[in-house]
Design a binder for this molecule. Structure first.
Ligand SMILES: Cc1cc2nc3c(=O)[nH]c(=O)nc-3n(C[C@H](O)[C@H](O)[C@H](O)COP(=O)(O)O)c2cc1C
Length: 388
């Protein structure tokens, strides 16, 4: 590990470095949210505003922060959230994050729109793998993706349900940013202002959304897949079709993008294996409830029948403690490791997880708990000012 990366002490430091390294349009694609970004901001703020009430005089010399994720071993109560197009920020960035997850012994979830294939991840980053699937209009292609995940021994299928259509991401519009790159004078100047980013892109070639190659063979070449993806999501997807997926997929099924307790109860009845309380990191419906605000009612409705995970706004190890104290069984890490990877590749993704792990352990010690099971809602301030 290079000494310079040790100078990044927080996820915010990694984000700042990524911002300096990348063209504005690329950084904004990763960093941004939908419309006024109210939900993006509120996700982070909800964690920042929660206050601890620690317990003292407990022996915290030995800390065990391991916790099962989806019934399997995990060194922390965390998994990597699916994020698409990482290769646009760092060459082979998806593999960098998957390798870091394997080293830290936590599950990794590959996105449908990743710039690494299902098989590449299985081969280059052995570890616990989940596959996130968007619902494509082309059902045969969707079925093939799911079959490939099964053949490559992915242990779980994650269906994302908060994207019947794309959110309105205005930073991308203003920056003329599209996948594939659509060279306008604005983004040509933007890209050429960051030669350390642009040169490797030129030499290695523009990354591809590897799992979607061949999706629309009539109109899509490898270069124009990005633009064809949005139009291939299926807004007619509904409970009946989800039930069919449940009946056909023999392994664990996770549903991501749940905010409504009634939906959560229905998913439990349907036989889903886990739920992710998520608003897509504020990239979809702006103005929707922050995930930490939605979590307690969902945890109550699910009543421990299946694991409830949360993502959105987790930037500190202490946020993991806050999530668990608020009723989650674990968290998914989205931008935190993404900032690491787009700042410094595998080393950066590794460093992001090291920061979170160190902060998780330290927060547990300072709160007086020595294992994850001891994290309890009594550790959080519930007075009116603590509920802000
Ligand atoms: C750049 C980027 C790409 C994403 N791509 C996907 C995706 O392909 N599939 C998906 O289910 N969620 C995707 N998400 C949402 C994440 O899985 C996760 O819900 C979100 O990042 C959590 O919020 P946080 O980044 O604030 O922690 C993406 C998020 C970002 C920032």
């Amino acid at each position: 590990m290079s000494s310079s990366i040790q100078r990044f002490y927080s996820i915010a430091d990694l984000r700042s470095h990524a911002k300096k390294r990348l063209p504005k349009a690329i950084f904004d694609f990763f960093d941004g949210g939908a419309e006024d970004e109210l939900t993006l901001q509120r996700n982070v703020k909800a964690f920042q505003e929660k206050r601890f009430i620690p317990q003292v005089l407990n022996d915290v010399s030995q800390i065990d922060y391991s916790a099962p994720m989806l019934g399997g071993p995990s060194a922390m109560p965390c998994a990597i959230a699916p994020t698409g197009a990482v290769g646009f920020g760092w060459p082979k960035g998806d593999i960098a994050i998957a390798k870091a997850a394997a080293i830290f012994n936590i599950p990794y979830c590959l996105s449908t729109t990743a710039t690494a294939s299902i098989e590449q991840i299985a081969k280059d980053a052995p570890g616990r793998h989940w596959f996130q699937a968007y619902i494509l209009k082309n059902q045969d292609f969707f079925n093939q993706l799911v079959q490939r995940a099964q053949d490559a021994d992915y242990e779980a299928l994650m269906i994302t349900v908060d994207l019947p259509v794309g959110g309105k991401r205005e930073r991308d519009f203003r920056n003329d940013f599209k996948i594939p790159f659509h060279l306008t004078l604005r983004n040509l100047m933007d890209f050429s202002s960051r030669p350390l980013w642009a040169l490797p892109m030129l030499f290695r070639g523009i990354p591809e959304l590897e799992n979607l190659i061949g999706l629309d063979s009539q109109s899509a070449t490898k270069q124009n897949l990005g633009s064809s993806v949005g139009k291939n999501y299926d807004p007619s997807f509904n409970w009946e079709r989800l039930q069919r997926i449940r009946d056909q997929w023999p392994r664990k099924l996770i549903i991501k993008g749940v905010l409504n307790p009634e939906d959560a109860m229905r998913l439990v009845k349907m036989g889903c294996d886990a739920i992710v309380v998520s608003n897509h990191g504020g990239r979809q419906l702006d103005g929707v409830i922050a995930t930490l605000d939605a979590l307690p009612n969902i945890a109550k409705a699910v009543n421990q029948a299946i694991p409830v995970y949360i993502d959105g706004g987790i930037r500190r190890g202490g946020d993991i403690v806050k999530a668990i104290a608020s009723g989650a069984d674990g968290v998914l890490i989205g931008r935190a490791t993404l900032y690491g990877a787009i700042a410094a590749g595998e080393e950066g993704a590794h460093h992001a997880l090291a920061i979170l792990q160190d902060e998780l352990k330290r927060t547990m010690q300072l709160c007086g708990v020595s294992n994850i099971q001891e994290i309890h809602h009594s550790l959080l301030d519930k007075s009116p000012s603590g509920m802000n």
